[in-house]
Design a protein around this ligand. Structure first.
Ligand SMILES: [Zn+2]
Ligand SMILES: [Zn+2]
Length: 455
């Protein structure tokens, strides 16, 4: 994908064959060598006079200092707050970091500028939202798909919560800085994109089973970007600038695709739910976080294996499945399991189920009838899934984590994330389908057996 093709989606709106109008207000993507030097000019063009820069010790070295010098040269007043990166691990996007940003706040600043990709991006986007100021991002690594995003996942009381946030009105990326990012970060970004193979299947699956809104145009835009990323993963291993450029644009495009659909369907499915589940367990256990994309890559290997199983599956005996509904665990038993798995977060999960009724018998029976009627279509969809082994090998070639044990995720956590990860969101995915047809526990056994060798 050349930069020209992404430019066509900037600040764009169009009437789509799906019957909806798609729109993204994200308008300014500066992706060129020395891009940071363009910051003063861009601020002037947008009509802002006084930025508040937020960075951490690492990102300040990589890009923050350069941004400050450019502003000074242009005689633009600014405030700059540098959060201290911990010696071990990464800065957490939590109330502590947010408090520090708030205490150093420049009240006169008319725009928030984050310099970073993960934590600093999430914090700046949220701080900008709560203080009612626009947001600009200077990215330092193509490591995750939240470059252009209207939400911020933050840690509050040791829980990861997704808050509404300010989408950036401009994104500045210097390809030389992006290419120089550690391979671990490039691989995490690529893995986050490879996860789209799964989430696009989940989205289509829900349109078949629940008649949920689905758009072929958006899915095709995303799939093209994923295919191109898949082809360029070898180049990432050598920090090849063309490969990094393709990846960066795919990450930006996934944000634009979410603007188009009005939700995160084009970018997040069961593979992300696996990642979120493991992340929560690490938080509860006080274990340092693993890069988001790295976990998504592992989740993608597991979830695609479920699609591969589905592709091989005979049409279930739906009459039998219906009859066996009464012998499934009761809500009380389910709640007990949720309290065990989700610990301090259980109340939120139980409240979501009360609202969404994902596991209600009435909804289940309705879905089973649709599935019985449309089984061939579901099976045909599953046959279009990439082989799980293919993604596994691509991750391996990049030197990325492929299985849970590679990043210290235990067998027990994987078993639970497959059975209960679906409770995190009201979103139909391959996990809910497996539960619907009564095969989720069996699938969890098989996946754990295959991908979690350690005891
Ligand atoms: Zn559409
Ligand atoms: Zn992601």
């Amino acid at each position: 994908m050349q930069s020209k093709s992404i430019n066509q989606y900037l600040n764009c709106s169009f009437e789509c064959s799906c019957g909806r109008k798609h729109q993204s207000l994200f308008a300014h993507f500066i992706f060129e060598p020395n891009a940071i030097q363009k910051l003063p000019e861009l601020l002037e063009q947008l009509g802002y006079k006084r930025p508040y820069l937020i960075s951490d010790t690492h990102t300040h070295e990589i890009a923050g200092r350069q941004a400050e010098e450019a502003l000074r040269k242009a005689d633009i007043r600014f405030a700059s707050h540098i959060l201290k990166s911990p010696e071990n691990g990464d800065l957490a996007a939590d109330e502590h970091a947010l408090g520090s940003i708030a205490m150093a706040n420049d009240k006169e600043a008319d725009i928030i500028v984050s310099i970073g990709t993960g934590t600093i991006n999430d914090l700046g986007r949220y701080f900008s939202y709560i203080t009612g100021r626009p947001f600009l991002l200077i990215a330092t690594a193509p490591s995750m798909d939240g470059l252009v995003s209207g939400v911020a996942p933050l840690i509050f009381n040791n829980m990861k919560i997704t808050f509404p946030a300010q989408e950036p009105l401009a994104l500045i990326c210097d390809p030389d800085i992006m290419s120089a990012a550690p391979l671990k970060m490039l691989a995490a970004g690529a893995a986050d994109i490879l996860g789209k193979y799964n989430c696009l299947l989940d989205w289509k699956l829900s349109s078949i089973v629940n008649d949920e809104y689905y758009c072929d145009t958006i899915a095709d835009i995303m799939r093209t970007a994923v295919d191109q990323t898949m082809e360029s993963t070898k180049g990432l291993a050598s920090h090849d600038s063309k490969a990094v450029s393709i990846l960066t644009q795919a990450l930006v495009l996934s944000g634009i695709a979410m603007d188009f659909s009005g939700n995160s369907r084009p970018a997040s499915g069961a593979e992300h739910h696996q990642s979120h589940y493991w992340e929560m367990q690490f938080l509860f256990d006080g274990i340092p976080a693993v890069l988001h994309g790295t976990k998504v890559g592992i989740g993608t290997v597991l979830m695609l294996e479920l699609y591969n199983m589905l592709a091989e599956m005979e049409k279930p005996d739906f009459a039998k499945t219906r009859k066996e509904i009464s012998s499934r665990p009761s809500m009380e038993e389910w709640e007990k399991e949720i309290r065990r798995c989700y610990r301090d977060g259980a109340e939120g999960i139980i409240a979501l189920e009360k609202k969404a009724g994902k596991n209600d018998a009435e909804g289940l029976l309705k879905r089973l009838s649709v599935m019985e009627e449309k089984w061939d279509e579901i099976s045909a969809l599953a046959k279009t899934a990439p082989k799980s082994s293919e993604i596994y090998h691509v991750l391996e070639e990049m030197g990325a984590a492929k299985v849970p044990a590679d990043v210290g995720i235990s067998r027990g956590y994987v078993y639970d994330s497959i059975r209960y990860g679906k409770e995190l969101r009201d979103r139909y995915t391959i996990l809910q389908l497996m539960w619907d047809i009564g095969k989720l526990d069996e699938a969890a056994d098989k996946l754990v057996e295959k991908y979690c060798k350690e005891s």
